[in-house]
Design a protein around this ligand. Structure first.
Ligand SMILES: NC(=O)c1ccc[n+]([C@@H]2O[C@H](COP(=O)([O-])OP(=O)(O)OC[C@H]3O[C@@H](n4cnc5c(N)ncnc54)[C@H](OP(=O)(O)O)[C@@H]3O)[C@@H](O)[C@H]2O)c1
Length: 264
């Protein structure tokens, strides 16, 4: 057993584990000796990853579920019931990109449900069990979009502000009962999702493994992590050196560059 697996094992739940950051979290946890319940929609990808994790000497289970469905958290909690879960990583997110009025309400409400409702319900259910055991950890993936309005990612950005605020509050509430909570405000990270939406890359682009290593090292030491030196500096400038209005304008101008051209 590693000190990490004693503190946060023997099982972790990774929501949104089939690729990118979620898969990197699962591998990082397996390397630290944790068994992992892998949750996402694409079962073939989850099964491939589960085989890889078993090769690292831990157990792995897969659960295919659409986390934007209102009953999704219940399904995950039921699957996790027989497991001694000491860590939740909530990585999945829906990020509808586009002009607010042109995106469908349904798509934006699905993002609210997954990034908000499901994240809240799963955190509540698993943290209750961890608090009873007086040990555990919760990693909630937020984003640099959490710190100000993010035009053309408006609903996604608002959900990430919710996640950041929730993580900070729970860090204070749950720390004394033995449950460490960390909000991770990631910047651009080379995941398949990111590469689809921003094929030209972005300044300060990080590999998923770096984000995961920084996050797992930070858990239990602070409420909030911004991975990567470039992101920390950029975030400091946006939050402290210019007005909030100017920060929103910069986010808007950058967001606009990633929109498809208007067909009028
Ligand atoms: N990549 C970045 O640049 C970046 C920047 C800032 C913050 N973040 C945050 O980091 C996290 C991961 O980033 P990412 O978006 O690049 O994703 P990712 O880790 O590459 O993958 C997203 C994961 O979520 C799962 N997922 C998506 N919708 C789902 C649904 N409805 N039900 C179940 N699972 C679902 C996907 O699996 P299936 O498709 O198989 O369901 C996939 O495993 C997100 O919370 C994101 O906000 C990322």
């Amino acid at each position: 057993m590693t000190p990490f697996s004693q503190r946060y094992g023997p099982w972790a739940v990774v929501a949104g584990a089939s690729e990118g950051l979620g898969a990197a979290f699962a591998k990082g946890l397996a390397r630290r000796g944790l068994s992992v319940l892998l949750v996402a929609r694409r079962v073939d990808k989850l099964q491939g990853l589960a085989d890889e994790l078993r090769g690292l000497g831990v157990q792995a289970q897969v659960l295919a579920v659409d986390l934007s469905h209102p009953t999704a958290a219940e399904h995950v909690l039921t699957a996790a019931q027989p497991l001694d879960v000491g860590l939740l990583v909530f990585n999945a997110a829906l990020a509808p990109r586009g002009r607010f009025l042109e995106l469908s309400v349904q798509e934006q409400c699905a993002a609210l449900e997954l990034n908000g409702g499901t994240l809240l319900a799963l955190t509540h259910g698993l943290a209750q069990r961890m608090a009873a055991a007086k040990r555990g950890g919760v990693v909630l993936m937020s984003s640099l979009t959490a710190f100000q309005g993010s035009p053309f990612l408006a609903t996604y950005g608002a959900t990430k502000s919710f996640i950041l605020s929730l993580a900070e509050a729970l860090w204070f509430e749950l720390g004394p009962v033995g449950v460490d909570v960390l909000g991770v405000c990631a910047g651009a990270t080379r995941t398949p999702n990111f590469e689809r939406s921003a094929p030209n890359g972005a300044p300060g682009l990080l590999e998923p493994e770096q984000v995961v290593e920084e996050a797992l090292a930070a858990l239990g030491t602070r409420p909030l992590l911004i991975p990567g030196g470039f992101n920390r500096a950029a975030s400091f400038a946006l939050r402290r050196l210019i007005s909030r209005r100017a920060a929103v304008r910069i986010m808007g101008q950058e967001g606009q560059k990633l929109l498809p051209p208007r067909v009028d």
